[in-house]
Design a protein. Structure first.
Length: 62
């Protein structure tokens, strides 16, 4: 421990799997919140929507 900061943590594989599982769960929850916010924003103001053909273009010159 250097200046009160840990640089290494050792944990068992089962704990690692729990940690990764929880991280994935939190990422899904965050994605759901972001999608709900986007849907609400589009419902309130449909003019901010971007056409799918414009989104999928690979370069701005197409």
């Amino acid at each position: 421990m250097d200046n009160g900061q840990l640089d290494t943590v050792i944990l068992g594989y089962a704990q690692y799997e729990q940690l990764v599982g929880r991280l994935l769960e939190l990422e899904k929850m965050h994605e759901a919140v972001v999608l709900e916010e986007r849907i609400e924003r589009l419902q309130e103001n449909p003019d901010v929507a971007v056409p799918w053909r414009q989104v999928r273009r690979s370069s701005p010159n197409e």
